[in-house]
Design a protein around this ligand. Structure first.
Ligand code: ZN
Length: 118
């Protein structure tokens, strides 16, 4: 029996409990695939990939499926303009925002990111 990382979807053998890549807690359930990208919305822009991955792991703990897409800020292109957008299913947007706010309050996340509106 294998386990799966809910964040990066790597397969692991049974004895492993956390993903080596992102430290997410492994699940017995195979990640649902393919992702229906149409129903996902960007809800948060993290300033670095580590934070974006951390958000996805936080969401996964609450059974909210998240994913990260790298994007360039067109107003400030270049390294300083890199942002990592976190996507969640549209119907999970408000609960995801609450979880991120809670993580910021708990100082698990920095306050450097920003919510995507609209
Ligand atoms: Zn992983």
């Amino acid at each position: 029996m294998v386990k799966y990382c809910p964040v990066c979807e790597t397969e692991y053998q049974d004895a492993t409990t956390n993903c080596a890549e992102d430290n997410a807690k492994l699940s017995n359930d195979k990640p649902a695939h393919p992702l229906d990208e149409e129903s996902f919305v960007a809800f948060y822009a993290a300033t670095n990939e580590l934070e974006a991955r951390r958000i996805v792991a936080i969401l996964a703990d609450e059974n909210v499926e998240g994913m990260v897409r790298e994007t360039t800020n067109t107003v400030f292109p270049g390294a300083a303009g890199m942002r990592f957008l976190v996507f969640v299913p549209a119907n999970a947007r408000s609960s995801a925002a609450q979880l991120v706010q809670q993580a910021i309050n708990d100082e698990v996340l920095s306050q450097d990111g920003s919510y995507v509106t609209g």
